[in-house]
Design a protein around this ligand. Structure first.
Ligand SMILES: Nc1ncnc2c1ncn2[C@@H]1O[C@H](COP(=O)(O)OP(=O)(O)OP(=O)(O)O)[C@@H](O)[C@H]1O
Ligand SMILES: [Mg+2]
Length: 237
C-alpha cells in the first residue's frame, strides 16, 4: 500500500523555483531516502509535505487523501511527523516536557505515559536524563530527543531531515541503529540526507535529488553500486 504519494510537485520561494516537478512514493513499512547535496531541495521537499510550504503545482497524497486541503497541524494529526533539520528542541524545557510537547494532541495521561515508555526503551539515555533541560544535552542526545518527540505523536510516516548532521561518527552510527530499529518495529520513514552512505545503508529505496529534480531512483542496493552515485555521493571513483 502506498502511504505517501508525491506527484509532480513544484515549490517556490518567491520566484526561486526550488522543486521542479518531483514525484516519488513511500510505501507502508519502508525507509525511503532522498539523497542530495547542499541546496538540492531536500528540506524544501519535507517542508512541502508537512504543509509549511505549499506546492504551486502538483499534489501530495497520504493514503489517497490530498494533504493540500489541510493546515500544517492537521497534517501532523494525520500522522505525518517531521524531525526537523538542526533538531529544534526546546532548550529550557526538560526532556520529559519536550517529549510531552510531541503528544500535545493527546489528552489521555496514560496514553502519553505509554508512548514515553516506548521512547525510553528506544533511547535509555533519554530516560536517564529525563529531568535535565534540553539545552544541556549533547548534540547526539538532542537528536535523540528530537526523534523521541516525533515518536510521541505516533507517526504513520516519520520525515527525518539529516539526522546525522553535525554528529561525531560514533553518534551517527548509534542514531542509525535506532533508525533501523524503528524500521524493524514497523515505522515508515522518509529520510533525507547528505550522508548518502549512511542513508543507503538503512533504506529500502532511494531517490537522488539535484537542483530540485529527481535524477535517479532505485533500490538502495542499486544506488549504492551505481557508478554515478559512487562518484558524486559516496566519494568512490
Ligand atoms: N527561505 C528560503 N528563501 C529562498 N530560497 C530558499 C529558502 N530556503 C531554501 N531556499 C533555496 O531553495 C533551494 C533548496 O534548499 P533546501 O534547503 O531545500 O536544500 P537542502 O537540499 O535541504 O540543502 P542542505 O543539505 O544544505 O540542507 C536552495 O537553492 C536554497 O537556496
Ligand atoms: Mg536541508
Amino acid at each position: 500500500m502506498i502511504t505517501l504519494d508525491v506527484e509532480n510537485v513544484h515549490t517556490y520561494y518567491g520566484n526561486i523555483h526550488a522543486l521542479k516537478g518531483i514525484s516519488f512514493t513511500v510505501e507502508q513499512g519502508e525507509i525511503v531516502t532522498l539523497i542530495g547535496a547542499n541546496g538540492a531541495g531536500k528540506s524544501t521537499t519535507l517542508k512541502t509535505i508537512s504543509g509549511l510550504l505549499r506546492p504551486r503545482q502538483g499534489r501530495i497524497l497520504l493514503e489517497g487523501d490530498d494533504l493540500g486541503a489541510y493546515p500544517a497541524h492537521e497534517i501532523v494529526a494525520r500522522g505525518v511527523v517531521q524531525v526537523p533539520e538542526g533538531r529544534r528542541i526546546f532548550g529550557r524545557l526538560t526532556v520529559t516536557e519536550n517529549l510531552e510537547m510531541g503528544a500535545y494532541t493527546v489528552t489521555d495521561r496514560a496514553e502519553i505515559a505509554r508512548r514515553m515508555d516506548f521512547v525510553f526503551t528506544i533511547f535509555p539515555r533519554l530516560k536517564e536524563r529525563r529531568h535535565q533541560t534540553g539545552g544541556t544535552l549533547s548534540g547526539g542526545e538532542q537528536q535523540m530527543l528530537a526523534i523521541g518527540r516525533a515518536l510521541m505523536a505516533q507517526p504513520r510516516i516519520m520525515l527525518m531531515d539529516e539526522p546525522s548532521m553535525g554528529l561525531a561518527p560514533v553518534l551517527v552510527e548509534s542514531i542509525y541503529e535506532v533508525i533501523s530499529d524503528l524500521h524493524q518495529k514497523g515505522t515508515t520513514i522518509l529520510l533525507v540526507e547528505q550522508n548518502a552512505r549512511m542513508a543507503l545503508s538503512v533504506a529500502n529505496r532511494g531517490y537522488v535529488l539535484e537542483t530540485g529534480r529527481i535524477v535517479l531512483e532505485g533500490s538502495a542496493q542499486d544506488l549504492m553500486t551505481n557508478p554515478q552515485v559512487q562518484a558524486a555521493y559516496l566519494g568512490l571513483q
